[in-house]
Design a protein around this ligand. Structure first.
Ligand SMILES: [Zn+2]
Length: 346
């Protein structure tokens, strides 16, 4: 088969698309004929190399993908050849205290397909059955591939960890990115008043279409000041920050007393200065969240499959142009998800 792969970490030029041995499914795995994959910022970090993660080389990336079941291992009863499936990338042990409480993304051995082990941006992929979601007829492959990682992440962060309730004010930073655009839709669906930041009129218009009630251009105005203005000096109940160092202080400044800062990523760096006085005096909560449990992923994706939520697709490229897909992410061009398809599917 053909697969996206790299043998060394580095710049975009390490990415190749070429022959790779066909995967053989284990007893508890499903062999999937991949129809589409999608990229996340994670793919960029993985390509550059993450401290503490030692990959089997060559590494096949890809934490989002969808396709048709070709064969199943002998222990698999949930799927059969011909079924339509999408990948949910989080792998948990099923046995530790967190798994036994259904908190799969807190598993002591939690890791991601594509980041820590071989991913699915290839013509065929062998995937543990627990990591597959059923995709109904009528959902196109691009949507099925683009939605799982960001919608389950945003769902757990806002609904389970953030406990967003109707009428609350929720500020979503970077509303045109993958997690951001899912968070806007989920906060709107939860009945919150949604404030969204973006860097261009086009991106802000897109955020409005997704359900944002107020939009803020962070290039031309200080978003914390603007939030104070829009909320009559009160601040918002919840900030969704996956940006990290560049926005952390202003995220804290944007919160009302008792507010919650939800974080699921730090694309601009993990070590900002933080104002502890503000945290205790205003009685703020900093809440971390990562990926989701199997049940949360089912709940979030159910609402994608029925059309309530929609992943925005920025561009569809052949897998042989994965380097260009990385460029789109690294240069922050456009909004929504970048989808890649095996060249043989185009
Ligand atoms: Zn576990």
């Amino acid at each position: 088969m053909k697969a996206v792969q790299f043998t060394d970490h580095g710049g975009r030029d390490v990415i190749e698309y070429g022959e790779f041995p066909d995967p053989e499914p284990d007893r508890d795995e499903v062999l999937v004929d991949v129809k589409a994959g999608a990229l996340n910022h994670l793919d960029v970090w993985t390509r550059r190399g993450l401290p503490g993660i030692d990959l089997d080389m060559p590494h096949v990336p890809g934490s989002d993908g969808a396709g048709e079941v070709v064969a199943v291992g002998e222990d698999v009863t949930r799927f059969e050849p011909g079924d339509r499936v999408a990948l949910s990338a989080g792998v948990s042990c099923g046995e530790c205290e967190y798994c036994r409480h259904g908190e799969h993304s807190m598993c002591v051995d939690f890791h991601l397909i594509g980041e820590h082990v071989r991913g699915v941006h290839s013509e065929l992929a062998a995937v543990p059955v627990d990591n597959l979601l059923e995709v109904p007829e009528g959902v196109d492959w691009e949507t099925a591939a683009a939605a799982p990682l960001v919608f389950q992440t945003a769902w757990r962060m806002l609904v389970s960890r953030g406990d967003v309730t109707p009428g609350e004010d929720v500020l979503v930073l970077g509303a045109s990115g993958g997690v951001g655009h899912a968070a806007v839709q989920i906060a709107d669906h939860a009945g919150a008043t949604v404030y969204a930041t973006g860097s261009s009129e086009e991106k802000l218009e897109h955020a409005r279409e997704l359900g944002a009630d107020h939009v803020i251009d962070y290039e031309s105005e200080d978003f914390a000041d603007r939030v104070r203005e829009l909320t009559g000096k009160r601040g918002v109940d919840v900030v969704v920050d996956h940006v990290g160092a560049a926005t952390w202080q202003d995220s804290l400044k944007s919160l009302a007393k008792g507010g919650r800062l939800l974080t699921c990523g730090a694309t601009t760096g993990p070590n900002p200065e933080t104002d502890i006085n503000r945290i205790f005096w205003n009685q703020l909560q900093v809440v971390g969240s990562t990926m989701a449990s199997h049940g949360e992923a089912d709940d979030a994706l159910e609402l994608v499959w029925d059309g309530t939520f929609e992943p925005a697709i920025r561009e569809v490229l052949p897998m042989s142009e994965t380097a260009r897909a990385h460029e789109l992410l690294e240069e922050r061009e456009g909004f929504g998800k970048v989808v890649v398809k095996p060249d043989s599917e185009l």
